[in-house]
Design a protein around this ligand. Structure first.
Ligand code: AMP
Length: 189
């Protein structure tokens, strides 16, 4: 069982890299953002609830998010592990993930942190807003997502660093170069 937790600010390239790792390692990408967007476009109850938070750039409440991840990681395609993308984002989610993986008889194997300067991140997000038309990629929401990331998610970096799980990857390089760096880090773990 292998559980990789990809960390990085919004726009750092977690989604792109998680998809490449999924192909390379044969482990499913579990993206909470994608799961929420799927629920949103299918107009489920969960989607309706998530929308009000996503549109403001706020985090969806922990209990809802944790229940969704529990359900997803219990699916048969996750028996060998998963690449977590966008989860955990709070200390409560991190604690819940530890508990959940322990129930499965696993643990976090590595936390690659894709690091990109904040000014480059905002530029990337504004560009993505134009290309993908994501409703949560407007300027006010982008600023709020950055603030939420710094206050609620960045403390997890310290937690995983203290556990010796964190490995920093320079995210301001080509997609291929970042992918190779990630693969090397994972192979060495
Ligand atoms: P992302 O695609 O990962 O940037 O996520 C888009 C939005 O989905 C976030 O701004 C949050 O509103 C919500 N979201 C995604 N992952 C989480 C999470 N782990 N906890 C709470 N909300 C989340």
């Amino acid at each position: 069982m292998k559980y990789i937790v990809l960390m990085g600010a919004p726009g750092a390239g977690k989604g792109t890299q998680a998809k490449l790792l999924q192909q390379r390692l044969g482990l499913p990408q579990v993206s909470t953002g994608d799961l929420f967007r799927y629920n949103l476009s299918n107009q489920t109850e969960l989607g309706q609830l998530a929308r009000s938070f996503m549109d403001k750039g706020e985090l969806v409440p922990d209990d809802v998010t944790i229940a969704m991840v529990r359900e997803r990681l219990s699916q048969p395609d996750c028996v060998r592990g998963a690449i977590l993308d966008g989860f955990p984002r709070t200390l409560a989610q991190a604690a819940a993930l530890d508990k959940l993986l322990a129930e499965f008889g696993g643990h976090i194997n590595l936390v690659p942190y894709i690091h990109v300067e904040e000014s480059i991140l905002v530029e990337r997000l504004v560009r993505r807003a134009l290309i993908e038309g994501r409703t949560d990629d407007n300027e006010a929401t982008i600023q709020n997502r950055m603030r939420v990331y710094l206050t609620q998610t960045a403390p997890l970096l310290t937690l995983y660093q203290e556990r010796g799980l964190l490995v920093q990857i320079d995210g301001d390089q080509s997609i291929e170069t970042v992918h190779e760096a990630l693969c090397q880090a994972i192979a060495a773990a």
